[in-house]
Ligand binder design. Structure first.
Ligand SMILES: Nc1nc2c(c(=O)[nH]1)N[C@H]1C(S)=C(S)[C@@H](COP(=O)(O)OP(=O)(O)OC[C@H]3O[C@@H](n4cnc5c(=O)[nH]c(N)nc54)[C@H](O)[C@@H]3O)O[C@H]1N2
Ligand SMILES: Nc1nc2c(c(=O)[nH]1)N[C@H]1C(S)=C(S)[C@@H](COP(=O)(O)OP(=O)(O)OC[C@H]3O[C@@H](n4cnc5c(=O)[nH]c(N)nc54)[C@H](O)[C@@H]3O)O[C@H]1N2
Ligand code: SF4
Ligand SMILES: [Mo]
Length: 754
């Protein structure tokens, strides 16, 4: 007999990373939901990692915010308040600052985890209601270097120009600085299938990660030297006559300069810079060039560097020189990170951008968006500061901040300084689902709904627009981000223009994006559901032969029979005629032409340069940072889930046995890592899988083990991405906690760490 709750689950997606795994949610009594598999969604076919599986734990009122908090003058502490009081205080804080210091003294900080509707509304709120140019978001810390390189080379930035389902069918994948096995576990299947099909996998990572263990070839360069590595490979490609001259001639520009810079990077020199032995470099070139098709995929390893844009450019050069771009089963792609890392960078919460991935400095773009918003183009402010520069300006030029969807106290580089900047603000308002370390500093904290309690779209790392659907009612004291922005806009004189219904916002976003690079105008909630997601660009008009480059995805929901001369697309249950029906969406980009003015991909002439900070006698070791499978980002959400904490209870310093020996440190001993920014302490995790000249720390925790106390905010000149992946440190044994004279306390702390 079926259980009473055996109703069909609500089909939705995970709240966390950019893979946006499909999952079913089955409501249970008491606003709780059970996660069930959703095998029909092609990307993960039912598989979930532990974070996705346990996501409902954060819905519990035990760990989340259930009512607004306002810092009282009397106690100086955050105390429960009504929504009326909280909203009035924010309106007063933002309007007062604007009145005294001007609109650019008010800042807004968003997040790549926000749905498209929220990101769009936040950008509109900043530019119209606050009139400020000072808005940016945490995606600047994530994929901005790859985005900049994409735009330069291809004239368009979509993380992956092809669906994941293409990966198993190519000949070789070079995975640069991605630890997919821990950061997107269900996606590992694509690499396993690649190998089963006879393809090869090269992983480039200073650590032999779980992902690197799957590789046919693992190169372990010194952190911060990927640019030299890519140039060395291109040098060998040229020297060994492996370039694709026809492709270079027909479909690219700028080769002569790029060729010359690569030729200046001798492989022997590259070996010295990177520490990767020359025979391995040669083997990598052979593996990459042998098959007919190949791909390069980068993630945060090579991107989170002060030369991330050039580094990605160098990998793109390698693809272009060998004809491995803009062709079936070949190309360069970036694995976007956050749940809406892709959509979050398209609809206007970025400092230089308007919806549809339009440029804020482009008069035509301003005119188009201003018309949708019903304002004069002149009223739209210009570009503002990038994320780190905005945070760094808090308390000086920027006096008040509204923050939604980020926890910079843990995740920003040089975090102690940023924490101090946040404290120096005249006014800070934070909307969050939990009392994050950043929310704890706020003057007003607003409790907002979470993924299972609201509806909205996200755009996955494939560029596939997806619908997350509400499955349960939120607790009574909690509102959606859209309701928050609507209420604040109303109080600041904008009764209209900030709807609370996500579909109404999406309909406006469609119009605002129409004709822009990221064109969503042909996408509707209904199509997303019927077609298991729609790939942008998807203009609202019948497709035309000139749409070349758009090829239809071959998953179950978007199936084009190869011999079907009508070109009909089987979309979901219905049959949509390509000749007359809606645009099918664009799973594969650039097959006929690149999105540049002349249709050619552009080489960039880049040369190696060292990291912003190199080792010296005082700071002789390199620190790199990243993730572990069981925690997500600043940990604000996942540190509140018992099962995940049991699996990953606290920070650690990963170091090589030789370095540990030299320091006289044993497994689990507290180790101090000291950089020019500060000092962090965490237990040693000794392993031969890391380079002896490098230590690694995950960045998910606040407090004394906070990795970002150490990191270097040196910015990439183009993308303004900070150098999270390399800085110089000194490592030394720290005083053991039990020498503090309070063994009980320390033991209980150790127990908490599992
Ligand atoms: N479990 C978990 N999954 C996540 C997230 C999370 O926080 N936790 N966050 C999501 C988000 S927003 C993102 S951006 C993605 C990130 O996904 P990834 O990029 O896969 O994650 P990271 O661990 O930051 O970095 C990947 C690898 O880069 C290596 N690396 C360090 N320095 C260098 C270098 O100089 N060169 C090269 N080639 N490699 C280097 C590190 O050793 C690490 O193994 O993950 C998403 N998924
Ligand atoms: N050292 C080091 N630092 C890094 C990185 C690294 O590799 N090394 N990686 C960087 C990268 S790639 C990223 S993406 C950043 C991420 O770092 P953060 O920007 O801090 O990201 P999260 O921890 O996901 O923070 C999201 C916050 O918003 C809340 N939240 C979640 N959903 C919503 C919502 O819908 N509305 C609202 N209002 N709030 C919500 C969460 O509870 C959480 O407090 O960290 C960067 N920092
Ligand atoms: S891989 Fe990413 S999207 Fe999939 S379940 Fe895990 S966190 Fe969620
Ligand atoms: Mo990210």
């Amino acid at each position: 007999m079926p259980a009473p709750n055996a109703a069909a689950p609500i089909q939705t997606h995970c709240p966390y990373c950019a893979l946006q795994c499909g999952m079913g949610l089955r409501p249970q009594p008491g606003s709780v939901v059970e996660v069930v598999e959703r095998p029909d969604f092609p990307v993960n076919r039912g598989a979930l990692c532990g974070k996705g599986r346990t996501a409902p734990a954060v819905l519990s009122s035990q760990v989340r915010l259930t009512g607004p908090l306002v810092r009282t003058h009397a106690t100086g502490r955050l105390e429960p308040a009504t929504w009326e009081e909280a909203l009035a205080r924010i309106a007063e804080g933002l309007a007062g600052t604007r009145h005294t210091y001007g609109p650019d003294a008010v800042g807004v900080f968003g997040g790549g985890g926000l749905t498209n509707e929220k990101a769009y509304t936040l950008g509109k709120f900043a530019r119209l209601v606050l009139g400020t140019s000072q808005i940016d978001y945490n995606g600047r810390f994530c994929m901005s270097s790859a985005a900049a390189a994409h735009n330069k080379a291809f004239g368009l930035d979509r993380g992956l120009p092809f669906p994941l389902e293409d990966i198993p069918r190519t000949g070789c994948v070079v995975l640069v600085g991605s630890n997919l096995a821990e950061t997107m576990p269900p996606a590992l299947r694509y690499l396993t299938e690649l190998k089963e099909n006879g393809g090869t996998l090269i992983v480039i990572d200073p650590r032999r990660t779980r992902t690197a263990e799957q590789a046919d070839l693992h190169l372990a360069p010194r952190p911060g030297t990927d640019l030299a590595l890519a140039l060395g490979m291109l040098h060998l490609v040229i020297a060994e006559g492996r370039t694709d001259e026809e492709f270079i001639r027909e479909r690219t520009s700028g080769w002569d300069e790029a060729r010359a810079t690569a030729m200046a990077h001798w492989p022997e020199h590259v070996e010295r810079i990177t520490g990767v032995p020359l025979p391995q470099l040669r083997e990598a070139v052979r593996m990459f060039c042998a098959p007919e098709a190949a791909m390069v995929l980068t993630a945060r390893g090579p991107e989170q560097q002060s030369k991330g844009t050039d580094t990605v450019g160098a990998w793109i050069n390698l693809c272009l020189a060998t004809g491995r771009a803009g062709r079936p089963l070949s190309g360069y792609g970036c694995l976007t990170g956050q749940g809406n890392g892709q959509g979050g960078r398209e609809h206007g919460q970025k400092a230089d951008q308007l919806p549809g991935y339009r440029k804020l400095t482009d008069p035509a773009a301003r005119a188009h968006v201003a018309e949708v918003w019903g304002v004069e183009p002149d009223t739209l402010p210009g570009p503002g500061r990038s994320a780190y520069e905005l945070l760094d300006a808090l308390g000086s030029e920027v006096k008040a901040l509204l923050l939604m969807g980020s926890n910079p106290v843990v995740s920003a580089p040089r975090a102690a300084h940023i924490e101090e900047r946040l404290r120096s603000l005249d006014f800070l308002a934070v909307a969050d689902v939990v009392l994050s370390e950043t929310a704890a500093l706020a003057d007003v904290v607003l409790p907002v709904t979470q993924w299972a309690e609201e509806t909205g779209t996200t755009t996955s790392l494939e560029g596939r627009v997806l619908l997350r659907r509400q499955a349960v009612s939120p607790p009574p004291g909690v509102r959606t981000d859209l309701e928050v922005l609507h209420a604040l806009a109303g109080r600041l004189g904008w009764e209209k223009g900030f709807p609370t219904d996500p579909e109404e916002v999406f309909e406006e976003l469609r119009r605002a994006s129409a004709g822009g690079p990221a064109d969503y105008s042909g996408i509707t909630y209904r199509r997303i559901v019927e077609e298991n997601g729609v790939f942008w660009p998807c203009p609202e008009r019948p497709p035309h032969p000139a749409d070349g480059g758009a090829e239809v995805c071959e998953d179950a929901s978007l199936d084009v029979p190869e011999d079907d001369p009508s070109g009909d697309v089987h979309a979901g249950a219905g049959l949509v005629s390509q000749a007359t029906g809606p645009h099918p969406g664009t799973p594969r980009l650039f097959l006929d032409r690149f999105a540049t003015d002349d249709g050619r991909a552009r080489f960039t002439a880049v040369g190696h340069r060292p990291a912003a900070e190199e080792t010296d006698a005082e700071y002789p070791v390199l620190l790199t940072t990243g993730r572990v499978v069981a925690q997500y980002q600043s940990g604000a959400q996942t540190r509140r889930v018992a099962e995940l904490n049991a699996a990953a209870p606290g920070p650690f310093v990963e170091l090589h046995p030789r370095l540990a020996d030299r320091m006289g440190v044993a497994e689990g001993d507290p180790v101090a890592v000291v950089s020019r920014r500060g000092r962090a302490v965490a237990p040693a995790r000794i392993t031969g899988t890391i380079r002896p000249d490098t230590v690694f720390m995950p960045f998910h925790w606040p407090g004394e083990g906070r990795a970002n106390t150490l990191t270097n905010p040196a910015l990439d000149p183009t993308s303004r991405m900070p150098e999270f992946k390399v800085c110089a440190v000194r490592v030394e044994p720290a005083k053991a906690p039990d020498q503090d004279g309070d063994p009980d306390r320390d033991q209980s702390r150790n127990r908490n760490r599992g």
